[in-house]
Every structure is written in structure tokens, then in C-alpha cells.
Ligand binder design. Sequence first.
Ligand SMILES: [Zn+2]
Length: 467
Amino acid sequence: MTGAIVLQGTESLTQDEAGAVLSRLDALVRWAQAQQAKILHRMETVFRDDLLEDIGREDPGLTFSLAAEEAAAILCLPANTAKMLMSDAGQLCSTHTATLAGLEAGTLSYAHVQTVLDQSQNVPEAELAGFEKDLLAVAAAGQTPSQFRVKARRMREQAYPETISVRHKTAFERRRVCLAPDEDGMSWLSALLPAARAQLIYTQLTTAARGEQAAGDPRRVDELRADILADLLDGGDCGSREGGHAAADDPAAVVAGDDTHENPTMDTKARARTEILVLITAETLFGADEQPAELHSYGHISPETARRLARQAAHWTPVERHPDTEEILRVGRRRKVPAGLQRWLRARDGTCRFPGCRTNAVIAEIDHTKPWSHGGTTDHDNLEHLCRRHHMFKTRGFWKARQHAPGIIEWTSPGGRTYRTDPHLTLATGGLQPAMPPPKGLPALKRVDAGGAGSGPDDYGDTPPPF
Ligand SMILES: [Zn+2]
């Protein structure tokens, strides 16, 4: 790649000139996206060729995944985003070269390109080129991405009505519930459902909410819909549902509990086990100060909320205590990770420790950084959480991990690049002094100041990637 582009004198541009420059810059961005697609496709090809002997024949999907994860680490993108880009790139460089040419020439935006690729799914191969040509003709007629999406979908449904049911079947298999942390003590709980059921549920919630209002409830319909949904699913007793694990980041007060609830609205045979980890200092727990606490895998919550959760925890287990309990963190050559250490690690890691992965530690596996079979110990500074996929990447030797400093994982990608991932909570050693010195031999966990809702995991389900 050679050459240089310079933009000068932006302060003196007239309105006309500014418009012209804006349009040129947009064309430049589109051109760059087209080049990125070519390079991503090249990267996929190189990975496939390099790994052909090893795994390519038996598992072509794995070489694709490895290439996409390498790109994700380079571009600082979530793995699934990089996979989408690489998948797009593969189509643009094979079946959809006319679309790639449009992007490169600047006549199509990337959003238009995605619509072309999406609407081409399930179209018979022999007719793909003709359909692509029709779509591009429509896209060129000055449509915004959303206008074009509607038109393109109609064109596909008219030309290939059989694709409607095939696509719905694929989409139906992706139905799920998502939990996404938001700001200020809130989270989104959303569900991807068949359209009719979603509408039915929403209508029923609305009807119930309006009924409550008619009966004199002062809450807004939005508030009522949310409250009724939560009441229906958690038995209408929010407080007691939130009992469970509680733990503190202060060595004197790290505690955890677990609790088994019976949900009164469900079949009495159905038991829901609730496990919530709360990190709270001893001072805050007992009301001596008002430091925010941390709801594990979410971020900061108010001290009152944390104390309420702590009061409701039915059962408490110390995770980290006085030096006498050192064995929790130091179990040497025992292979199995004791429950107390598992909880401590879950709090420390928060997510899978692979670069960029945000799979919740709750559904991840604990891995010996240096394998147990190679003399690795079952100590906190040789253990880390990995989701199933990234555990496999490491076990099969594609990505290599080392833990020189406790909790800090240094990764080397198949392409030889190195990345470092830090734990969700730092160990309160070195420059970071906790409010109270940690007991001898036991690192206390300390909140990272930059932490909060944004740093928690966002993948709470075992959603298989689309490839
Ligand atoms: Zn992972």
C-alpha cells in the first residue's frame, strides 16, 4: 500500500466545497471497505492453506474461525463482528464481485452491500448473478439503506417466494433471550421470538398494564409492562429472588452464599437455583461507609442494593478469609479446583479471558494456563476462565497463553501477534493498595476504577456463532 492523501484548508471551505469534499471522503471510505474485504478474504485463504494439512480437510469451519479471530484481535472487534465481515468478504470476492465493484467505486455503501448479500441467501445459485444485477440497479437509484432493504426484500419475496419459509426456519432456530447490562443499575432483558408470539406477548402486557391503570395504578404503561413481565416470570417477589451469592472484595469480608428458590408460579417440581455474586467491602456491608458495591458480571450497584441482597442471601460461604484458609487459593498439585477458588476466579475473571471475548465466566470453563499434565499447579496464578471455543483454541495449540503475573494472560495468536488480557478485578498487589492490606499469601481483589457496566460480560447464553 503506497501513497498519501492530505486534506488541507478545511476552515476555508464554502458550503459547496464542503459538500463535494464530504462526498469524496465517503467514496474513499467505501473504497477502503472494499480493499478491507479483499484483505480479509486473503487472510481466510492463507489460514485455510496453512492449516490445510492439520485441520482444513476435517474442519473447514475451524480454519475460518481462526482467521476471523485473528482479524478480530487486529481490528479490536468482537469475534462475531469479524466473522460477519469475513463471511461478507468471502461472498464479495466470489459470488458477488459486481457488488464489490460497486463498493469500490463508491456507488454502494457497506449497508447496501449487506442488504444485497443478505437478500441473496437461499436464491438458487444459477440465478444469483441475475438477481444481484437487479438489486444493484435498484440500489443505484439513490435509496437510503433502509429504503433499499425494504425494496430488496420485496423483490426477493416476489421472485423467490420459496425462500420465505426457508429463511424463517433458519431465523426461528436463532430465537433466544438476551441479557445486556446497561447504565445506572439497569439491564436489558430481550427475547428474539417468532413475530406473532412476540406481538401476542406485548399485546397481553399492554392490555394488563392498561387494566392496572384503569384500576387506579399511577404507573406509566411502560413501567407497568415491565413490572408485570418481571412479576410473571419471577413470581412477583423480586426481593427474595435476588438472594444468593454475595462476596466482598475485602479480605475480611469476602463471602458467598447460594440459595435454592422454588418458583411459586411454576410447576412445584421446577426449582430455580439463583446465584448472584456481590462484591462489597466489610465497611460497606456493615454500614460504616457507602462505597459502591459490585454486582458480578454487571458492575457497580448502590450500597443499599448490595446490603439488601446481602441480607437476603440464605446461605454464605467464605471465599477468602484469614491466612488460615490459604488453601483456598493454593492447592498445589490437586487437579480439581476447589469451590471457593472457583468463586474467587469467577469474580476475578468476569469473562472468558481470550482477547475480546465477553462470554460470562459463569458459563466458561476453568483452564490451567500451564497444563496440569505439564506440571502446572492448581493455583490462582495458573488458572483462567475460557469459553468452550477458546478453551479448544488453546488446548489444540492454535493460540498460546502464559500467565507471568497473576491474573494477567499473555496470548500469542496463530499469526504470531501478542495480546494481553487483564482480569475483570485486579489483584490488589504491587502499586494498587487496597483499603486493608491483604492477608499474607492471599491476594485481595480490588475493583478496577474503569470498570462498570461496560466492562462486564455481555454473553449470558451459549449462543453458537453463525459459522
Ligand atoms: Zn471466549
